[in-house]
Design a protein around this ligand. Structure first.
Ligand SMILES: Nc1ncnc2c1ncn2[C@@H]1O[C@H](COP(=O)(O)OP(=O)(O)OP(=O)(O)O)[C@@H](O)[C@H]1O
Ligand SMILES: [Mg+2]
Length: 256
């Protein structure tokens, strides 16, 4: 039975979709059966991150209109995991019943080890229905006070509704330091653990333009490595970094 993890934030553009595309690919490579769900109903773009056009395919919108079975709208991605993508047209939104999401996700939970839900920003109906369909929340924030303060609303909502929070991802960290707050500040304000800090890197933008997760396209980048560490932490597995030949040589000499 899958663990359903909702990747959520109140502030938009912090990196939820980037996190879902990378974790899906990494966790699938680790041998888990993964389903990535685009539950950003009004702004679906997981398909763009993954190079899978949502044109001429069945989508989560069709599922939430009740016109197709969820299994008909799930496709296998080249990177090994399964995807349930969103429609990209305005009329895809007609007659969508957001309240059906939990029941639809529950119906396929037994087929997977992990279901990763790409949530809409904020605390509107589409975000709340995605959260209600999940077993736990992974909060994404950028390292600035407005984003962290916004994230606190999600912490409050989760606590009021007894929804566990797996932890915090701080994305777009610049120059290996936080802009105006520290990692301790984030943990203190939100009362939750920061699981991983993902650097702001051009590689992430390049890989989104090339429609592949950065962890696949630039596996040696710091961001790719951070997403791999995050995947291991979430699953509770030890992460071993593949050292380059030069790094092995340097650590050998450091011993003497
Ligand atoms: N670590 C990073 N380094 C550099 N740029 C990044 C990084 N993470 C995300 N971005 C940039 O931020 C943009 C927004 O990321 P993403 O779409 O993942 O955010 P989101 O939280 O899903 O947004 P929304 O709230 O609109 O759904 C991306 O298009 C990418 O250009
Ligand atoms: Mg998004």
């Amino acid at each position: 039975m899958a663990r359903v993890i909702c990747v959520a934030s109140v502030k938009g553009g912090v990196g939820k979709t980037t996190t879902v595309s990378n974790l899906s690919s990494i966790m699938s490579k680790m041998g888990y059966k993964v389903l990535a769900v685009d539950a950003n109903i009004t702004g679906a773009n997981l398909g763009l991150h993954l190079g899978t056009s949502s044109r001429n395919i069945l989508t989560i919108h069709d599922v939430l209109k009740g016109s197709v079975d969820i299994t008909e709208a799930i496709y296998k991605h080249d990177l090994g995991f399964h995807v349930l993508l969103g429609g990209i047209y305005l009329n895809d939104l007609d007659n969508v019943k957001l309240g059906m999401l939990k029941q639809k996700i529950d119906s396929v939970k037994k087929e997977y080890d992990l279901v990763l839900i790409d949530c809409a920003a904020g605390l509107g109906d589409e975000a709340l229905n995605a959260i209600k369909a999940s077993d736990e929340l992974l909060l994404v924030t950028t390292p600035d006070l407005p984003s962290v303060a916004d994230a606190y609303k999600l912490v409050e909502y989760a606590e009021n509704n007894w929804i566990p929070i797996s932890g915090i991802v701080v994305n777009k960290e610049e120059n290996q330091k936080f802009k105006d707050i520290t990692v301790n500040d984030v943990e203190e304000i939100l009362g939750k653990k920061v699981l991983e800090i993902i650097p702001k890197e051009k590689f992430v933008e390049y890989s989104i333009n090339l429609k592949k997760p950065v962890a696949n396209l630039y596996p040696k980048s710091r961001s790719g490595e951070s997403f791999r560490k995050l995947a291991h932490t979430l699953i509770g597995k030890e992460y071993y970094r593949n050292e380059s030949f030069l790094e092995k040589l340097l650590s050998f000499f450091k011993k003497y």
